[in-house]
Design a protein around this ligand. Sequence first.
Ligand SMILES: NC(=O)c1ccc[n+]([C@@H]2O[C@H](COP(=O)([O-])OP(=O)(O)OC[C@H]3O[C@@H](n4cnc5c(N)ncnc54)[C@H](O)[C@@H]3O)[C@@H](O)[C@H]2O)c1
Ligand SMILES: [Fe+2]
Length: 444
Amino acid sequence: MYNCCRYYGLQGLDEHAGDAAFSVELNHFTFGPGCLREAGSHARALGMRRVALFTDKTVRDLPYVTTVKQSLNAAGCDVEIYWDCEVEPTDRSFKAAAKFALGGAFDGIVSVGGGSVIDTAKAANLYASYPDDFLAYVNAPLGQGKVVPGALKPHIACPTTCGTGSEVTGIAIFDLIEQQCKTGILSRYLLPSRALVDPEVTHTLAPAVIAANGFDALSHALESYTARAHSAKAKTYDGFDGAKRPMNQGANLWSDMGAREALRLIGQHFVAAVNDRDDQDSRAAIMYAALIAGMTFSNAGCHLPHGMSYAVSGLVRDFKPPQGYPQDAPMVPHGMSVMLNAPSVYRFTGDAVPERHLEAARFLGADTTTAGLADAGEVVAKKLIEMMRAVNFPNGLEGVGYSTVDAATLADRAFPQQRVIKNAPKEVSKASLQALFESAMRYW
Ligand SMILES: NC(=O)c1ccc[n+]([C@@H]2O[C@H](COP(=O)([O-])OP(=O)(O)OC[C@H]3O[C@@H](n4cnc5c(N)ncnc54)[C@H](O)[C@@H]3O)[C@@H](O)[C@H]2O)c1
Ligand SMILES: [Fe+2]
């Protein structure tokens, strides 16, 4: 019998206890310089006439919104612009955007911005299409985890950053203010109808944004590649009711393919994309890698670096983000809150799937010729730390204002993120989560 996951070699987990099949859900995307000018054509194909265009206060003043709006107008669309999307959005900003979407009798949504804007547009589309209590569709246990009832209005996503892959995921992430923790809404119906991925948008990105973005994409790929195999994850639905198979189903043949290519591109181009403003080819490569990594993790699921990041960003005290992010409030940018946990995590998960850790390090450009399986986690950690240092990244969680006395609280906040934590290739207790935070405080 063909058994795609035999090679996986999970320790202590029965690799046949789970779902024998996996599903892949993708949306239509276009990649290439100048493709934002196609917005009108795609809007017409989707039957849009009256469009809500979401952006943020910074992107509003960059040329991309004008390009997209002109293209939509030329195709006969009425466009109303909403530019109040918060960077690293909260439930407050999701609700305000939903109110705008509900009030305007729109038949289509266009988002022009980073993950913050695209996620806000997804949520606005959801609550305008199927109004409900805000927490209804939010992941349990913080929300009620209600299933999204059906298709939303058509949404064309135009990313202007190069990391989240939100243009090709069915995920909207936000900070739930009262819980001081990030969480999200997950549904295939949140997948934008089309994505226009134009690498020319990276010309105006600050180096620190590209660093956080590139590491976010790297982590999407690396977490998907080292996630628990779908065949080792307990089924969450009955019998052959496969339409209910979750998107975070675990590593699978298809996500492996995307992860490999994203890691290879990031290994080759990341440092130049951040450090050399004139290297547009490297920036374009990171934009493409982020797109692939988005499709990858959307069909496999992330694990510990992301699960831990939601506490790191939610409990921020006084860390001011680097230039390129709004300076009016403390904030740990998403890619930073993820990556600072990563070396600590891979030292821990290395023995669960050592071959995969070694392969991943190789894709990123590490020399693994003398490394043995016992070194796998350390080899990945070393490569990641080398990349962090090369782009002047903070030195662990201490670099964004935490110390070991915070590790227990961080673990308390992160532990409920079982959806992602259970995707790790080995079991994780609250005590081991606390130890992972402690080991993430300082790397050099
Ligand atoms: N939905 C998903 O699948 C998914 C995945 C990962 C992360 N996220 C979420 O995405 C958010 C982060 O998104 P992001 O990293 O794309 O950044 P962002 O949208 O928060 O933007 C970062 C900064 O860059 C500015 N900016 C955006 N495009 C620019 C451009 N072309 N030139 C100059 N400045 C520009 C923004 O105004 C902002 O100040 C977080 O809330 C995170 O949780 C979502
Ligand atoms: Fe992410």
